[in-house]
Design a protein around this ligand. Structure first.
Ligand SMILES: [Fe+2]
Length: 315
């Protein structure tokens, strides 16, 4: 790597080969929720546990379940709860589990994200690292989490990642790159032997289908489970993959014998706003970067996220 700019770079140990997904499934489920970007929202965590409990579903938290949880008791509770389930480490967990590597937040932000926002992310990470330093056992448990899993649901092979098929913090599966350079994702799907990549990390959701030599394949990015993903909304999103559709799904597709859906994570919005404002008051790094989105969602619409023209909508 030519230069190491905190928050911009992708550390070498974040990388893996798309060939790692050509392996026997690590887990099989009838119904699977993939929960990326909880960002330390304890109310979203409650909502997700509730969703899974209702249908006895398997949960996989695919990273960045920490972010705003700099309060020690909250940090402990979020991690103890998440680590009872399947989990991957995101860049946030990787950075707080290890010593300061100079990668900042490890987000590997692309050029369309401004410098001030990157610096604020590095500042949030510094505070979270301070909180985590009091929990060496939790840090050890985070450090040994995998960077990817292979799941099987209804005959579908699913690669679960935080970023993309090559890096924990990769942006190839961001809605921006999927729109501008879909050929990259298509090549990664074709080379990995999975039917679906379920990812998060890049903050906005997208579900996009691809024709590959093996048949139709899908990238599903849940955006954030712990923050709103669409304009004027107050819910997070999780990815659900199951043999039967959910009545809750916002959008989804059928792929072979399974459905892949985006399910709202309807958490206690008022309680979360109050908690956020207490921990991250006006003027703080997180308030400047995220409060507007947490209060009323990003400038993004469901129609922009759904790119599955080859299918009919499941919901
Ligand atoms: Fe991330």
């Amino acid at each position: 790597m030519a230069s190491m700019r905190p928050g911009r770079s992708c550390p070498r140990h974040y990388r893996y080969s798309p060939a790692v997904f050509s392996r026997a499934a690590d887990l099989k489920a009838q119904s699977l929720y993939i929960v990326g970007g909880l960002y330390g929202n304890p109310f979203a965590l409650e909502a997700v546990l509730d969703l899974a409990r209702r249908e006895n579903a398997t949960l996989v938290f695919n990273g960045d379940f920490n972010w705003f949880d700099v309060d020690p008791a909250e940090f402990e509770r979020v991690n103890e709860t998440v680590l009872d389930h399947g989990a991957l480490r995101g860049n946030v967990e990787t950075e707080i589990a290890g010593e300061d590597s100079g990668a900042g937040c490890g987000c590997a932000y692309p050029e369309w994200v401004g410098d001030a926002e990157v610096e604020r992310s590095n500042e949030i990470l510094r505070r979270l690292r301070g909180t985590a330093s009091a929990y060496p056992e939790l840090r050890e448990r985070l450090a040994v989490l995998p960077m990817h899993l292979v799941a099987e649901v209804g005959g579908l092979r699913i690669g679960i990642v935080h970023g993309d098929a090559e890096s924990l913090a990769g942006w190839q599966f961001s809605q921006e790159t999927l729109r501008e350079h879909p050929e990259r994702a298509r090549a990664l799907l074709a080379g990995s032997g999975v039917d679906v990549f379920a990812c998060t990390h890049t903050c906005l959701p997208v579900m996009q289908d691809f024709a590959t030599p093996r048949g139709t394949a899908l990238i599903v990015n849940n955006g954030a489970a712990g923050m709103p993903n669409f304009r004027d909304t107050h819910f997070g999103l999780a990815t659900r993959i199951a043999s039967t559709p959910s009545a809750q799904a916002l959008y989804g597709v059928r792929l072979g014998a399974a459905v892949v859906e985006a399910v709202p994570v309807r958490y206690d919005y008022e309680a979360w706003m109050a908690r956020f404002d207490r921990v991250w008051p006006a003027g703080s790094a997180a308030a400047l970067s995220y409060r507007k989105r947490i209060a009323s969602g990003p400038g993004y619409a469901v129609e922009q996220a759904v790119r599955t023209g080859a299918f009919s909508r499941a919901a």
